[in-house]
Write a protein that binds this ligand. Structure first.
Ligand code: AMP
Length: 548
């Protein structure tokens, strides 16, 4: 006997189905977004859907073809939201660029992705202008604004206005149907080699991931919620919220660029937000604003904190001071990005608060369809006993099968038997909770964003007085980690720290600059002669950084 085909409709899982559903079944639900003038723009899913259709028609008129990459360089806003659907909906690929990267990296990823068009926020026009000469594949620039708001004398050739493009179209448009395995979005993440690598999501992976985000043990996004992603739409698709909020019909608040404690507090209260997501730094900033003023969040029910390890004190403070449940999540750009949440089990029912809080000491447990294993140094599969520690491997329908157009990075990350090696070192307990204890990848995570140690070291080693450099992460109370740089001077030379910092400032983003530079006589080595990062991390774990 061979299996027989099921008799169910073969409707492809396309992201356009999410906005179409929103338009038809919860069209009146509000979407609120910070506009470029700082004011809050208000409309509904139905209006957003109609504008996404106009955008789709404008893209087709501009000659965009299926599979072509269309870049965005924008903060969280309603036009960016429409781009999520307008671009992917016609089978093109939305490439969200992180504008906080160093210019060289932005140019690298736009060229590597072979982006054809760039949609850019007004506030980021200067960056696009500075990069223009180095962007070799982009032929059309579009400012996310009405024509009247465009600055005179821009150096971007033929700069178009987004609003003008939409005004020229109507919304009489049916979303095309195509293979759900087609790519819908592209997001680059910093690589250990210092070169960013692209995760190319498919419609199928995104829709399946969205269903998980709407599941209770995922993000639990529902129609009862008002959701504010306190994470940018270029960082792992704002953890999927532009899709899951749309699918569920949750009120959506897009906070623009500013996510400081005061702005966040006001938006959470004024828009009656029930659910929010972000990295621990955002939550620490929020508490630093509310605690001294005795302010209490009145509508927020739960927050997901992830991207970096979540301090237990943060979980406790949110419960004690605000009655808000904080849930730790773990994920990766390579996973669309949600990989695990510290969801409670039935056995925790009625357990004391402290015990329920403590579940968040784990990064979380995988949802169904995400498979995990831990692997020892010889490739041996380790038991899920909560004690054995090894590198975490993952696989599943929303895990990358390779990096976009990067065979070397793919070969380094995907195992021969088809798992993604995450570079996270952890244990898994019998209940499936994973706990990260170390990181095999040589990277530094500051405020939820990567700093590549190797890129920093290469930049430092290019200085004429530097023989060798090593960048290591040092724990930091606000940023999670910050880099310190150890340098060995070239024979007969002395390293002047101020001049080295100035030198680095011309080569890396400002927020990558090390918090401290230490000139040392030599670096510790492993048995094979490599610089021992583990020794350095241990040695400087308790190092006090300036301003700490
Ligand atoms: P990104 O691709 O920027 O989202 O980074 C993914 C990586 O961030 C993971 O492989 C982990 O190293 C780290 N990470 C994400 N979430 C957590 C967490 N909850 N705790 C510790 N590290 C995390």
């Amino acid at each position: 006997m061979t299996p027989i085909p099921g008799m169910m409709m073969d409707r492809p899982l396309l992201v356009s189905a999410l906005i179409e559903h929103a338009e038809r079944f919860h069209g009146s639900v509000p979407v609120v977004a910070r506009d470029h003038d700082g004011a809050l723009f208000r409309y509904t899913y139905a209006e957003a859907a109609r504008r996404a259709k106009r955008l789709a028609k404008a893209l087709l008129r501009l000659g965009v073809r299926p599979g072509e990459r269309v870049a965005t360089m924008a903060w969280n806003g309603h036009r960016h939201f429409e781009l999520y659907y307008g671009i992917s909906g016609i089978g093109a690929v939305m490439h969200t660029i992180n504008p906080r990267l160093f210019e060289d990296q932005v140019a690298y990823i736009a060229n590597h992705a072979q982006d054809r068009l760039l949609f850019v926020d007004l506030s980021l026009l200067p960056l696009a202008e500075a990069l223009r000469e180095r962007l070799t594949t982009i032929h059309t620039y579009v400012a996310l604004a009405p024509r009247a708001a465009l600055p005179a004398g821009t150096t971007l050739p033929g700069l178009l206005s987004y609003e003008e493009l939409l005004e020229a179209e109507d919304d009489d448009f049916a979303w095309p149907q195509f293979d759900e395995r087609s790519a819908c979005a592209l997001c680059y993440t910093s690589g250990t080699t210092g070169r960013p690598r692209g995760a190319l999501y498919s419609h199928r992976s995104t829709v399946l991931h969205t269903m998980n985000c709407c599941a209770v043990d995922g993000h639990g996004v529902s129609g009862e919620d008002c959701v504010l992603p306190a994470v940018q739409m270029y960082h792992g698709n704002a953890w999927g919220i532009p899709y899951s909020a749309t699918a569920a019909g949750a009120k959506l608040v897009l906070a623009g660029r500013q996510l400081d404690g005061e702005t966040l507090f006001r938006l959470l209260e004024e828009e009656r937000v029930t659910f929010s997501l972000g990295v621990p730094t955002v939550w620490l900033d929020l508490l630093a604003y509310t605690a001294p003023r005795g302010l209490r969040l009145t509508t927020l029910r739960r927050v997901v904190s992830g991207g970096s390890a979540v301090p237990q004190s943060l979980v406790e403070a949110f419960r004690r001071e605000h009655g808000v449940r904080m849930i730790q999540a773990w994920g990766m750009t390579e996973m669309n990005p949600l990989g695990a949440t510290a969801a409670l089990r039935h056995k925790h029912l009625g357990a004391p608060e402290a015990e329920r809080d403590a579940v968040n000491q784990a990064q979380g447990r995988p949802p169904f369809l995400v498979d995990m294993r831990i692997v020892g140094p010889e490739g041996e599969i380790l038991p899920h006993d909560g004690r054995a520690v090894g590198e975490l491997h993952v696989r599943g329908p929303w895990v990358i099968s390779g990096y976009f157009d990067d065979p070397a990075a793919t070969a380094a990350a995907i195992t021969a038997d088809g798992w993604l090696a995450t570079g996270d070192v952890c244990s898994i307990d019998p209940d499936g909770y994973l706990r990260i204890v170390d990181r095999a990848k040589d990277m530094i995570k500051s405020g939820g964003e990567w700093i590549s140690s190797i890129a920093l070291e290469n930049a430092a080693a290019a200085h004429p007085d530097v023989a060798e450099a090593a960048a290591v992460a040092v724990p930091h109370p606000r940023w999670g980690e910050r880099p310190i740089l150890l340098v060995v001077a070239r024979d007969g030379r002395a390293v002047d720290v101020a001049s080295l910092l100035e030198f680095l400032g011309a080569r890396v983003a400002r927020w990558w600059l090390p918090d401290k530079v230490l000139v040392v006589s030599e670096l510790p080595r492993t048995a094979t002669g490599k610089v021992s990062k583990a020794t350095l991390r241990d040695r400087y774990r308790d190092h006090r950084l300036p301003g700490r």
